[in-house]
Design a protein around this ligand. Structure first.
Ligand code: TMP
Length: 234
């Protein structure tokens, strides 16, 4: 497999073509942004840590029957992935009230929800990723009814699997964001799963171990990412 030209550069990752038209290299950067890139910074070795953690999580989910774009880890910062056309919908799953939902409802973070909540956001930075619902996804043709049903079902299965894994390592999975893509006509889980795209709270202390430490200037950002990697990847 030969890495070729840059296809796309996002805020946290770069995608490169390969000599196989069905595969891409996903390169993880240290760049960190928040609030639609109004806040910018660097989290030292974030790319290495997120690549490592995403690899472990994608391998774990694959064993649990989840179809993902992950093929193999190539290096510290690179993973080989199936090439997908991304569904422009960010799928957020919440188990515990936090972040934008807590703010919207004017409630304290930390309330355990009686069931998981799935939310959809239209993936458009310029618009600030506005919240949408399944009807919008269908009405604009971003996915079919079958696909959106499959995506919702998959997101809930991922939730069950990840809650269990993180809990085994003393971490409460508060919420997370998934992205899906189409590969050869089939919808699969894509992007990454990391402290950039989730809220992870230490079960013993309640300490945040995720990107909220960067968003909210809580300090110990690198240390917290490293602790998540240490617990989950060994
Ligand atoms: P929120 O509470 O800010 O809506 O975030 C919900 C979850 O989604 C949280 O785990 C962080 C993640 N997330 C992203 O991965 N990308 C984003 O652009 C946003 C806003 C949230």
């Amino acid at each position: 497999m030969k890495k070729q030209e840059k296809l796309y550069e996002g805020k946290a990752k770069i995608l490169y073509a390969t000599d196989n038209p069905d595969l891409v290299v996903q390169y993880f950067k240290d760049d960190a942004t928040a609030f639609n890139a109004q806040k910018k910074g660097t989290i030292v070795d974030k790319g290495v840590m997120n690549n490592k953690l995403s690899t472990t999580l994608f391998e774990y989910l694959a064993k649990g029957g989840i179809k993902t774009h992950f093929v193999e880890k190539l290096s510290d910062r690179e993973m080989l992935c199936k090439k997908v056309s991304i569904v422009p919908v960010e799928v957020v799953v919440r188990n515990v009230l936090a972040g934008s939902l807590a703010k919207k409802l004017g409630m304290e973070e930390g309330v355990q929800l009686k069931q998981p909540v799935i939310e959809f956001y239209y993936k458009d930075d310029a618009l600030g990723d506005p919240m949408i619902n399944a009807d919008h996804v269908l009405a604009f043709g971003w996915a079919t009814k079958n696909e959106i049903d499959w995506i919702s079902d998959c997101a809930l299965k991922v939730d069950v699997l990840l809650i269990e894994l993180f809990a085994r390592h003393g971490i409460r999975l508060v919420d997370f964001k998934l992205e899906f893509g189409k590969h050869k006509g089939e919808v699969i889980l894509a992007d990454e799963i990391s402290p950039d795209t989730s809220r992870l709270w230490d079960m013993a202390s309640g300490e945040k171990m995720d990107k909220d430490r960067f968003r909210r200037d809580l300090g110990k950002v690198e240390e917290s990412y490293a602790e998540v990697v240490r617990r989950i990847c060994g």
